[in-house]
Design a protein. Structure first.
Length: 239
């Protein structure tokens, strides 16, 4: 089985972090291919960059030279998953939805701890669109820029733990979801600090994707995610 794990930004070190996290939980017979888009922003922190990332991720997968069995979109609260589902019939798993769906098996309510406050509405909208918002106690911002997760990891960890603890104490969250692909591999430390289950969207997405492939399930093409109608599309040299 081969799973493409696509970073939504162009920071190669973050792609490597996400890929390493995915490989740690993947089955032995699963090949994880971590991909970086060939254009876009170095970090995604708003709607403008997110829409660019959506096109960049679709472009990245369309130009992948080999076959694959599933796709993971490794951006939290980002646009584009539906477009991937139109383009491909393999399972497409978004880490936002993977984390939230997994959290529902572990507690009554979950909270998301993310980066900048401006990312909160994007995540709330993604959860609403996917029908996972009802059990969301809160989406909390640490105030961190995405790239601070790499430049100041200990300071970032302190901020993430602080907001996770507040989510448990003040919002009655019973599960914490880490709301950024760059937070992959931080779940254990946050879990130790809060005493509740902590879900990383990247690793959750890997296990969900593997399960769908093993079950022989693919994206339905009968209506919503039918292939795009054939027509001329101009993408300014991108497509």
């Amino acid at each position: 089985m081969k799973i493409l794990v696509v970073n939504v930004n162009t920071t190669q070190s973050m792609t490597e972090l996400i890929g390493n996290a995915a490989r740690k939980v993947a089955n032995r017979d699963t090949e994880i291919v971590a991909l970086t888009p060939r254009f876009g922003a170095e970090s995604i922190e708003g709607n403008y960059e997110s829409y660019i990332a959506a096109v960049a991720v679709m472009d990245c997968v369309r130009h992948y030279p080999g076959s694959f069995d599933a796709i993971i979109q490794a951006g939290y609260g980002e646009h584009g998953r539906e477009g991937l589902q139109e383009l491909f019939d393999v399972p497409v798993v978004d880490i936002t939805e993977a984390a939230a769906a997994t959290a529902l098996f572990l507690g009554h309510q979950y909270s998301v701890v993310t980066t900048l406050d401006r990312a909160v509405p994007l995540i709330e909208n993604r959860l609403l669109l996917s029908g996972l918002d009802r059990k969301c106690a809160s989406v909390r911002s640490t105030g961190l820029a995405v790239l601070e997760l790499e430049s100041d990891p200990e300071g970032a960890m302190t901020s993430i733990v602080r907001e996770a603890q507040r989510a448990v104490a003040d919002d009655h969250a019973e599960v914490i979801c880490l709301g950024c692909g760059g937070m992959a591999e931080l779940d254990r430390r946050v879990q130790e600090a809060t005493g509740v289950p902590v879900v990383d969207g990247v690793t959750a997405a890997v296990k969900i994707a593997e399960s769908l492939v093993h079950l022989g399930l693919k994206t339905s093409k009968i209506r919503t995610y039918a292939p795009p109608r054939k027509k001329h599309i101009t993408l300014g040299g991108v497509g």
